[in-house]
Design a protein around this ligand. Structure first.
Ligand code: SPV
Ligand code: MG
Length: 548
């Protein structure tokens, strides 16, 4: 995976080492929060949520493999796995090293390996290998010998090559029921052995024994807490007691389990994806999290066959077309011929000319006769009672960066597509015909500046579109063609979701969706054109189109 190499990752490349950054989190006066992650994907999600560090949890890494938190994953499987996490995120990772996977010698090898895979530090707990999770059969859990465990800490500290690598000693005396005195004795011994911080763990639902420990400990070394069981404790109570680090230890895995169980059950029951698809994370979000942007850019740089930007198309061709008399009784207007070729075929040929290799056509009226070379189809059975936005929503899983969205009834000169592609950015870019400024036509567009006809380096931005723009205010008419970049896909998906939530998806036009996008403050870009296209709505248009 190459996620972290994403050029748009705000914290990549990290200029300060992971070890140093983790050390700062542990030693600074303000509290720090580490969020659990168990693989590269969840590590990336933790970083994007704004956390400053990651807890690579032994419990959740094990569970994500379907095995128990009893050292059923080998230490090298853990360190391999951690490598994916450090690669996927730019924030430091504190690795749950269980008991160190053996004696002092295993600990030395662990520390060296973790340094090499880019971890910021490791926590080891004073139990025996193979360990058991602290919340299972806790009273029966044997503790390590204090001196032996101190030796393990010393060996770890002596073997680190980066002076900032953090070793946290975890005291399990409260978990095993040995009491506060034992916990303090052990914490002190591990502190003297060189531990950078003490993790004091508890399985009680009240923080009382933890607070008692903190009071006695008196800040001799930084303290790390894992409030999984005493989760009701207000964070302010940790802050006022000068806790250094709080670990939210397993909540992403648990959130994932709930969502996966519900989704699996639903698909099994319904034998269909219809209800699930709008609810689950869209595929483009998966690709974004994987850092596909970076790969695409690299392909353009290094692969001769991939130099042109990837292009696909979604063409909306569901409506019947009203003003054609008998002409559309058997043939939807997208299939009417202009100079011997169906409008749709011309359109897809124009797109193919610029490298479009995948086209999805949304059919509706007389879907049976809509068939053109190289297209794939999705059918809008409700075409008579729904509009453009609904048709688009049927193809929304295909909305990816580099998608052209077009009405199926436009005939245009190729240079319009070229102009659009040359200007297309990461957001939404659409073509507006400025010769129709002031015309009383649908899809009127208002922009932040009129078409001056002069070459300008500055972007023209859409300020309003559709019925909300009077003819007098309009700077032109949108021709029914737009390009989506990576952000543009998210913006349009967001608008579809908003329309769905408002209950108006069925009757909205694409211009209504774009109005929603603009209302959210997204900078929709406009490329002006001057004529050279026809939206075929009646026989006169059809005649005009043959001159294009
Ligand atoms: C982990 O997350 O694996 C931990 C914390 O070690 S606990 O599960 O509470 O032991
Ligand atoms: Mg653990």
């Amino acid at each position: 995976m190459s996620m972290s190499r994403s050029p748009d990752s705000p914290s990549w490349p990290p200029t300060v080492r992971a070890t140093t950054r983790l050390r700062r989190l542990v030693t600074r006066p303000e509290i720090a929060f580490l969020m659990e992650a168990h693989d590269g994907l969840s590590a990336r999600i933790v970083e994007e949520a704004g956390f400053e560090g990651i807890w690579a949890s032994g419990l959740t890494m094990s569970a994500s493999f379907g095995v128990r938190d009893n050292n059923e994953l080998s230490w090298s499987q853990v360190t391999d796995h951690v490598a994916f996490m450090t690669e996927a995120s730019a924030i430091p990772v504190l690795v749950d090293g269980d008991t160190g996977y053996g004696n002092f010698n295993n600990m030395r090898r662990l520390v060296r390996k973790l340094e090499r895979v880019g971890a910021g530090g490791v926590t080891i707990e004073d139990k025996l290998f193979p360990k058991t999770n602290s919340f299972l059969r806790a009273e029966r859990q044997p503790l390590a010998d204090i001196e032996e465990f101190g030796g393990k800490i010393k060996a770890g500290k002596d073997s680190q090559t980066d002076p900032d690598f953090v070793i946290v000693a975890r005291v399990e005396a409260l978990i095993a029921g040995w009491g506060l005195g034992e916990a303090l004795k052990r914490a002190e011994a591990y502190h003297l052995a060189g531990a950078d911080a003490i993790l004091i763990h508890s399985r009680q639902s009240s923080p009382a024994e933890i607070f008692a420990f903190l009071a006695e400990w008196g800040g001799r070394a930084p303290v790390v807490l894992v409030p999984t069981k005493y989760w009701r404790t207000p964070t302010e109570d940790f802050r006022t007691r000068n806790v250094s680090v709080v670990v939210w230890a397993n909540h992403l895995l648990r959130a994932g389990i709930s969502a996966m169980q519900a989704t699996a059950r639903q698909i099994a029951e319904q034998e269909s994806l219809i209800e699930v698809e709008p609810v689950v994370a869209p595929l483009h979000e998966v690709f974004r999290l994987q850092g596909d942007d970076e790969l695409e850019a690299a392909e353009r740089r290094y692969l001769p066959t991939a130099r042109g930007p990837a292009l696909s198309a979604i063409v909306l061709a569901a409506s019947a077309g009203a003003d054609f008399g008998g002409l559309t009784a058997e043939t939807p207007k997208a299939m009417l011929k202009v100079q011997g070729r169906p409008i749709l075929t011309r359109l897809l040929d124009d797109f193919a000319h610029f490298g479009c290799r995948s086209a999805l056509v949304v059919r509706g009226y007389r879907a049976d006769v809509v068939e053109v070379p190289g297209a794939r189809y999705v059918d809008n059975a409700d075409f008579a009672t729904t509009g453009e936005a609904y048709s688009l929503s049927l193809g929304q899983t295909e909305l990816v960066a580099g998608t052209l969205v077009a009405f199926g009834d436009i005939v245009m000169k190729r240079h319009i597509v070229q102009a659009l592609l040359e200007e297309a950015g990461p957001g939404i870019t659409l073509v507006v015909d400025s010769l129709l400024a002031g015309a009383d036509q649908p899809d009127r567009a208002r922009c932040d500046r009129a078409d001056t006809g002069r070459f300008s380096f500055e972007d023209v931005v859409l300020t309003a579109i559709g019925d909300g723009v009077s003819a007098a205010q309009s700077h032109g008419v949108w021709i029914g063609l737009l390009h989506l970049g990576n952000d543009g896909v998210s913006w349009l998906m967001e608008a579809l979701d908003d329309a769905r939530a408002a209950g108006t998806l069925a009757r909205e036009r694409l211009s209504d969706l774009l109005t929603r996008v603009v209302a959210r403050g997204r900078p929709v870009r406009v490329v002006y054109t001057r004529g050279g296209w026809v939206n075929v709505n009646n026989i006169a248009d059809l005649v005009e189109a043959s001159g294009i």
